[in-house]
Design a protein around this ligand. Structure first.
Ligand SMILES: Cc1cc2nc3c(=O)[nH]c(=O)nc-3n(C[C@H](O)[C@H](O)[C@H](O)COP(=O)(O)O)c2cc1C
Length: 198
């Protein structure tokens, strides 16, 4: 399994450092129901505005409902399909856009749902799984295929599965998977006291 921990100035929690968006999944290794439940629990315990938990996830498990999984795969951008085809789980991230308690607009629904998705991805890392979120998909295709209401926002499809063993990859795939992860310098994102353009 390929590991690409974040290269950080200061030590950070290992689960955060170790999560990365690989593309080489093991298509022959299903994810157990208990592990899937743990992924859902992790997302459920994310914080949210008013504790409203606006996120809703549609879990498409190739080993349980190949039809739903296939339709979700086909809604992905072509470049994503090439590798996501090996991920046994394709999880569609959506959110409701109004608060449950008063039906008014919840303008934090995207913020909260991103937090829930990251919780899910970190839980995946903790379970030895790999996760890869995708924004490249055809939302209308997904709506039709999975009966997602028009009022519900669709944010991403998250591919989850066990990483493929490095020795099962072609030289080209291996090279791709081993590319260094990069971030801009801290100072480009974090400012002391006042906003800074850079
Ligand atoms: C909202 C969102 C959309 C993304 N869309 C895609 C995508 O369509 N295809 C893809 O290969 N990666 C996609 N990614 C993965 C990012 O490219 C990846 O997270 C980023 O390069 C940082 O790498 P890391 O996750 O390994 O740290 C997406 C990630 C997020 C959070």
């Amino acid at each position: 399994m390929i590991q690409k921990p974040a290269d950080t100035e200061q030590k950070i929690a290992s689960i955060i450092a170790e999560r990365w968006s690989g593309k080489a999944f093991d298509a022959n290794r299903p994810v157990s129901d208990d592990t899937i439940t743990a992924l859902c629990e992790a997302a459920l315990w994310a914080p949210s505005c008013y504790g409203d938990a606006p996120w809703r996830y549609v879990i498409c498990n190739k080993y349980q409902d190949e039809n739903a999984w296939q339709k979700t795969l086909e809604s992905l951008a072509e470049g994503n399909q090439l590798w996501a085809v090996n991920a046994p789980l394709l999880i569609v991230t959506t959110s409701v856009t109004t608060f449950t308690h008063n039906n008014s607009e919840n303008r934090w629904n995207g913020y909260d749902t991103g937090a829930a998705s990251l919780n899910m991805c970190l839980q995946a890392t903790a379970a030895g799984l790999m996760s890869h979120q995708m924004g490249g998909f055809d939302g209308q295709k997904l709506r039709n295929a999975l009966q997602i209401p028009a009022t519900v926002e669709i944010w991403s499809v998250i591919a989850i599965g066990y990483p493929a063993a490095a020795d099962s990859l072609t030289a080209e795939e291996l090279q791709q998977e081993q590319k260094a992860r990069q971030r801009r310098p801290l100072a480009a994102h974090f400012f002391n006291s006042i906003w800074q353009e850079n």
